[in-house]
Design a protein around this ligand. Structure first.
Ligand SMILES: C[S@@+](CC[C@H](N)C(=O)[O-])C[C@H]1O[C@@H](n2cnc3c(N)ncnc32)[C@H](O)[C@@H]1O
Length: 287
C-alpha cells in the first residue's frame, strides 16, 4: 500500500462525521433527483444518499479518498450503486450543467478552502450547478466564540491523544495538535498516527481557514445565493453566536431570479426560485 493510500484509510477511520449529520442530509435530499456532494471524501454521505433512480455525484480533489469511496460504494446493492458517479476535481473550479436539486458541502469541507476568493469561487460554481429551485447546503463548526476568545494572535496547542484505531491488524494511537493564526482565521490541525509496537508513524496535516457567519452571508450574496435557513445543530435549533455548528440551507437570490427572468420563457424559472424557499421550509419543517 502506498503511503498516500494508507493516509486516506487512516483519515477515513478518524473522520466519521458529526452525530446527526447523515440523518439531516438524508432529510434535506428527500425527493431530490440529482445531488452533488462537494468534497465527498471516502463516500460516507454518498453511501447514505445513493438511491434507486437518483443521480448522486461525488466530487473530491483527493484521488486516494475517491478510490476508497469507490470501494465503499461496492457494498451497496447494484440498483443504488448505479446512479453514483465520482469525479476528481477542485470544488473551486468545476462546471456542470445546471440541474442539481441539491449541492452539498458537508462536515467543514468549506474550511478546506483557504481564502475568501476560493470560497467565493466554490459558491459561484455551486450556484451555477443548481436547478432553478435547488438548494445549496453546507455545515461548518461555528467559529464565532473561538475567534472572539483568542486572546493571542497566534498559538500552538500541545499534542493530545484523541482516539485509538485499528487498521490492517495494527493498533494506532492518534494524536492531535493545532496551530492558530487569528488574523488569518487559520486553524491548522496536525494528526500524528503512531502504530503500537513500533513501525513507521504517519502524519496528516489539515490546514483550515475558518469563516465567520457575516462573512459567509456576504460571500453567498456575491455568488447570487441567499440563506433560507441557518441552524445551530443537526436537530434544527436556530443558529446563534453560541451555537456549536453553522448549517446553512441556501437557494438562488432575487437578483439572480431577476437576471434570469429577463430571458424568454423565464417566468417559470422565477416561479421555481420562489418555490425553492418554500421547498426548504417544507423539507425542514418540524426540525
Ligand atoms: C472534511 S472532509 C468532508 C468529507 C465528506 N464530505 C464527509 O462528510 O465525510 C473535506 C473533503 O474535502 C476535500 N477537499 C478539500 N479541498 C478540496 C478542493 N479544493 N476540491 C475538492 N475537494 C476538496 C478533501 O479531500 C476532503 O475529502
Amino acid at each position: 500500500m502506498t503511503s498516500a493510500a494508507l493516509e486516506a484509510e487512516l483519515y477515513a477511520l478518524t473522520h466519521r462525521g458529526t452525530p446527526g449529520d447523515l440523518e439531516f442530509y438524508t432529510r434535506v435530499c428527500h425527493g431530490a433527483a440529482a445531488v452533488l456532494e462537494l468534497g465527498c471524501g471516502y463516500g460516507r454521505l454518498l453511501h447514505a444518499l445513493a438511491q434507486r433512480g437518483r443521480r448522486v455525484l461525488g466530487l473530491d480533489s483527493n484521488r486516494e479518498l475517491l478510490a476508497l469511496a469507490k470501494r465503499n460504494l461496492r457494498a451497496l446493492p447494484k440498483a443504488r450503486q448505479r446512479g453514483v458517479e465520482l469525479v476528481n476535481a477542485d470544488m473551486t473550479r468545476f462546471e456542470f450543467a445546471p440541474g442539481f436539486d441539491r449541492v452539498l458541502l458537508p462536515y467543514n469541507g468549506l474550511y478546506c478552502l483557504l481564502g475568501r476568493r476560493a470560497a467565493l469561487a466554490c459558491f459561484r460554481a455551486a450556484r451555477a450547478a443548481l436547478a432553478p429551485n435547488g438548494l445549496f447546503v453546507f455545515d461548518v463548526w461555528n467559529a464565532h466564540a473561538f475567534h472572539r476568545d483568542r486572546a493571542i494572535a497566534s498559538s500552538a496547542d500541545a499534542s493530545e491523544p484523541i482516539v485509538t484505531i485499528q487498521h490492517a491488524g495494527r493498533v494506532w494511537d492518534v494524536f492531535e495538535r493545532s496551530r492558530t493564526r487569528r488574523r488569518a482565521q487559520r486553524l491548522d490541525v496536525t494528526y500524528d498516527y503512531l502504530p503500537r509496537g513500533g513501525g513507521k508513524p504517519c502524519q496528516i496535516v489539515i490546514p483550515q481557514r475558518y469563516y465567520l457567519e457575516p462573512e459567509l452571508t456576504e460571500l453567498l450574496a456575491r455568488a447570487g445565493l441567499v440563506a433560507h435557513h441557518r441552524f445551530g445543530d443537526f436537530s434544527g435549533a436556530r443558529f446563534s453566536a453560541r451555537a456549536e455548528h453553522l448549517i446553512v440551507v441556501a437557494g438562488l437570490d432575487r437578483t439572480t431570479q431577476r437576471a434570469l427572468g429577463k430571458g424568454p420563457g423565464m417566468a417559470k424559472l422565477v416561479d421555481d426560485r420562489s418555490r425553492g424557499a418554500r421547498l426548504a421550509r417544507r423539507i425542514l419543517a418540524g426540525m
